[in-house]
Design a binder for this molecule. Structure first.
Ligand SMILES: *[C@@H]1O[C@H](CO)[C@@H](O)[C@H](O)[C@H]1NC(C)=O
Ligand SMILES: *[C@@H]1O[C@H](CO)[C@@H](O)[C@H](O)[C@H]1NC(C)=O
Length: 503
């Protein structure tokens, strides 16, 4: 708000100088000027070879996060040296500051020429989950190119974004581009194991510097292709929220005894009944709260009749849609807090009644609920005082970022999607079921958007953290192109500045 006021004031002297007509023609002129300066995202043959080779090299460095404090620090350090070599312009530009944070993460501050434009941030992470070689068509850290694809751990999650961001900036700098709007690039080294050493430290640093960001773009959403039965056309989904999470340990303690004279109930029996009640009692269906309703309304006309009719009239058919979404476990995860029983331990010897039984449950919290609300519901379902609750870790879902006409980050992504992927006619908001580093940045911006400008098919989805992760050379090139365009689009001060026309 304050910023908008400053911009209005800055225009006043121009008006007083007798060029009042500027107030009307400023918009189009400014636009024409920008269009003239615009650099087309066309890369030479040599650049295209270089950019794919750079990604392959990045995949070959095994930056594996094995556990919360268990990283391959040699590989993390090597990755730092690698990007320094691969992107000389980025590291030598006078208006770009580079800092290593938390030992291995990277923060770039790109100072734009117009300090009145609020900065934004592009983020990604270069650590990967482990990749045992079994089942892979090619070794997971080979970065091998085969049949038009670059194979390996990190090609989708998320070295593609790390490399594409730096690559796009490098290519812009080669063309002497000077950004108008400042931006940050935050590259985390421990996203897969919480981001506490990387993203969290970068966020604290930026908060200490008093930075507020217009918006943040992180990994998360994709161009989804073939995920919804009956929809043939792919559509882009920008995730505007992330589910929260609770890891809850349930424990039952009973007096130990001999199996020859068992008590009526044992720790195992009591705990098994409790977790079974939880599995049999799904948490409430929250359809209508959160972005899913908007998503379905935007997709309505893509479905055949009568689904299209139903989705165009959710106000009327809400109960039917609500029940329908429960039928598949994938859509069910979109409408509720999910309950997953992940560990169960009890017993040490065949003839001993065990004193302790323990189970661990992972809940993924719907954006419209909180940790407290879920714990309350869970206690009521278990309804047994002998079961103790220990919260191992928990965090609330992320706030839902705006996706309306005035939401700068969302609109810039939409605009860029429509120019780089002209075949995509639908852009919808969505919720990330997994979590990303962006949860550490909620204090810095109200607009956090998670979008990887890459087509994703169900097969590709299961390769993330699974086997045979790969990206096509064309898809990676398009991702570079997307960021190349996005940085230029973000330099426009046209939106949200309707006051220029109001004057
Ligand atoms: C750690 O990374 C280095 C390369 O930077 C590699 O040689 C080594 O095998 C990796 N160690 C493990 C345990 O993956
Ligand atoms: C956000 O700011 C509050 C208040 O300064 C602080 O307590 C909290 O830890 C910050 N959260 C994050 C994720 O940085």
């Amino acid at each position: 708000m304050a910023r908008r006021y400053v911009c209005v004031l800055a225009l006043v002297p121009l008006l007083l100088l007798g060029i009042a007509t500027v107030s009307r023609s400023e918009g189009p002129q400014d636009k024409a000027h920008r269009e003239a300066l615009r650099i087309p995202s066309l890369f030479t043959e040599e650049e295209r070879v270089k950019l794919k080779e750079a990604l392959k090299g990045a995949i070959q460095i095994p930056t594996v996060s094995f556990g919360p404090d268990d990283f391959n620090t040699t590989a993390l350090a090597e990755f730092g040296k690698y990007i320094y070599k691969a992107f000389p312009k980025v590291f030598s530009a006078t208006f770009i500051q580079h800092e290593v944070v938390g030992g291995y993460s990277h923060l770039f501050t790109v100072r734009g020429s117009n300090p009145r434009l609020q900065p934004y941030m592009l983020m990604a992470h270069f650590d990967v989950v482990p990749a045992p070689t079994e089942g892979w068509e090619v070794p997971p850290f080979s970065g091998m190119e085969r049949d038009g694809f670059i194979h390996g751990r990190g090609t989708l999650d998320n070295k593609n974004s790390v490399m594409a961001i730096l690559q796009a900036l490098e290519l812009l700098l080669i063309r002497n581009y000077v950004p108008r709007r400042s931006f940050f690039i935050a590259l985390g080294h421990d996203e897969e194991v919480s981001g506490e050493h990387g993203a969290q430290k970068i966020s604290a640093l930026l908060q200490a510097r008093g930075i507020q960001l217009a918006f943040i773009v992180d990994e998360g959403g994709f161009i989804l292709d073939g995920f919804i039965p009956n929809i043939k056309k792919p559509f882009a989904q920008i995730a505007v929220s992330e589910k929260g999470s609770i890891n809850l340990k349930l424990q039952v303690n009973m007096a130990p005894g001999h199996s020859s004279a068992p008590p009526k109930e044992t720790s195992i029996g009591i705990l098994a009944a409790a977790v079974s009640r939880l599995e049999q009692t799904p948490l409430p269906n929250m359809f209508g709260d959160g972005p899913l309703k908007t998503t379905l309304e935007l997709l309505a006309n893509e479905f055949p009749f009568p689904t299209s009719f139903i989705l165009n009239n959710i106000w009327l058919f809400r109960p039917i849609v609500k029940r329908f979404l429960e039928r598949s476990y994938i859509t069910s995860a979109q409408i509720r807090t999910t309950t997953a029983l992940t560990m169960f331990n009890a017993g040490v010897k065949v003839n001993v009644i065990p004193p302790v039984a323990q189970a661990t449950i992972n809940f993924r919290i719907h954006p419209a609920q909180t940790v407290q609300e879920v714990l309350e519901l869970v206690k009521n379902i278990v309804a047994d005082d002998r079961v103790q609750f220990h919260v191992l870790s928990a965090f609330d879902p992320l706030p839902i970022s705006p996706s309306d006409d005035q939401a700068l980050g969302y609109q810039l992504l939409r605009q860029t999607i429509q120019s780089v992927f002209p075949e995509i006619s639908i852009v919808t908001p969505g919720t990330c079921i997994g979590n990303t580093d962006s949860r550490h940045y909620t204090n810095l911006s109200k607009g956090i958007y998670r979008f990887n400008p890459v087509y994703l098919q169900p097969q590709g989805f299961s390769s993330i953290h699974g086997i045979n992760e790969k990206i096509s050379v064309t898809a990676y090139e398009t991702q570079v192109k997307f960021i190349f365009e996005l940085i230029q689009n973000a330099d426009s001060d046209q939106m949200p500045m309707p006051h220029v026309h109001e004057l």
